[in-house]
Design a protein around this ligand. Sequence first.
Ligand code: ADP
Ligand code: ZN
Length: 625
Amino acid sequence: MNESALHDALARYWGYREFRPLQRAAIEANLDGRDSVVVLPTGGGKSLCFQMPALVRPNDGLGLVVSPLVSLMKDQVDGLVASGVAAAALNSSLTPAERREVYADLDAGRCRLLYVTPERLVGEGGEAFRARLHGWGVRFVAVDEAHCISQWGHEFRPEFRRLGRLRNEFPELSIHAFTATATRQVRDDIVTQLALRDPEVLVGSFDRPNLVYRVLARTGLKDQIRRVLERHQGEAGIIYCVSRKEVEKLASWLDGLGHHALPYHAGLPDEMRRRHQEAFLEERADVMVATVAFGMGIDRSNIRYVIHAGSPRSVEHYQQESGRAGRDGLEAECVLLYSGGDFAKWRQMLEQSGELSENARRLLRDMERYAAGTRCRHRVLLEYFGQTDERPACNACDWCLKELERVDDAVTLAQKILSTVVRVGQSWGVGHVIDVLRGRTTDQVTTRRHQELSTFGLLADVPIAELRGYVDQLTEQQLLLRTDGPYPVLQLTDDGAAALKGLATIELYRQPRPVPGQRKRKPTGDPAAWDGVDQDLFDALRQCRIEVSRARGVPPYVVFHDNTLRDLARRRPTTLPELLEVYGIGARKAEDLGPIFLEVIRDYRGEPDTEMAEEDQSNRPDPEA
Ligand code: ADP
Ligand code: ZN
């Protein structure tokens, strides 16, 4: 397959100009009939890797896509059909008539891509279905969300295990596994379970350059949330909470403030959860306040922020959950609001549920290190997943953006804290140490006569959260140690003792006082993302997208992604050829949706409908078609 044929297809069906990293290699492996494992982060463009080969293969045939998520399946098929690709899905949501139609298309060779659930393919009664595959000219099998096959993954699904039999039954097919899960163990397990033959293993970078990471000590949750929301008026976001109670509380508070916020957690009735998820995906709600129960199957690509109201229990969880922002590649913001106490709470909760293994403790410590960390967030995340970052600064995290203030005399400050830890006998928790430093005469302070210590009240004017932040940083720099157990106490390490004697260089940072009136819609990140975009026109186009999406019964991002709307509001095309220049608009979409959106642009510019009428009257497509 020559290069230009692939590029042509990319432009024609998707309206994109360049391949993303590893997409070409993945497509070529498929076209060469070579098994593959493709690991790309969320939003990395995995679907295109298996959709494209089905389209460009010279002598037709069918690509089979196995996916566990019926809702995602429907979105992908809708999206493909909207772009002019003969795709179909077989799953339990079809009516008998619809199912017959799909089978008729398959028998007649009219279908290029078929989505099925693992149950249909290898579940009970799957033999009959598999027997028909030969007749349909299947060329390859793509397994999406392939980590579900591994019990090491976080979403193990036993029914995926049976996919292993495909290799024996269809030795002539190539098998391609796709996942966003980064760990090596899961990757190796996928290869074994699917019995892949000398697969091409393609692992992309796990960095998500368009995400801006921020970590803030939780000083006032509602205030901090409000400030993030102010930067994202009218945009979509998720707020993750640790408890259901907090979900309810925050959701109704936000609702009271006039946001379209909905709660989501496992304690709500199924029916309500489904309704809320749908409302969010269809852009009838902007903010989802949720526990981790909200996750699988969120395909909304224009989520512009993810806030964590408390720390998750591992970096993997954080990566997964925050990673739901910015799937469309546009700038998005991930804010972690945490306190050192979150980790103690997790340990307690995990202990109660019997899940506090050595591994779970380690994962928590890693998460704590990330939160209190004093380095580039992108780099820390990448290193966590075993990759390296060559860039000197990412320009997309609170450290690199220099949002944190360096403390001038960190050594003295650290010594005040360390020496208090020593003076209270290394047998008190962070709360008490801070009480002493701030000069509070609590019962515990007076009974121990800690008000007589020379460090008592030495940092009376420093806010509690800020002090906690310093303790966290000293812990992260391994000068202090927080013991495990139900009542963790602070102790000095050897390095801490050296620091007390002035034998160490120490850096400490604090969060800046809030700056009021941050600019709307620019949480930094990629400054070019809104360059030249007429925001009012963008809003008008967005409204139009919602109307089209309702009329057609598909989610808005199936109509156009946000980056396409922005490019439209930047270029303001008025003719079909101009429209084809726009990011994400291929021939089919230009024909189908062009007239509707061009009209919005013309209306907005206050121009009469002349140009199109003169140019294309004869073959102008019917917008209702
Ligand atoms: P994943 O499944 O890896 O999370 P998707 O396949 O959903 O990611 O793709 C994420 C987004 O990126 C989609 O909107 C998709 O259309 C877009 N995309 C994929 N490939 C490209 C490309 N080469 N250029 C621009 N956008 C792309
Ligand atoms: Zn950085």
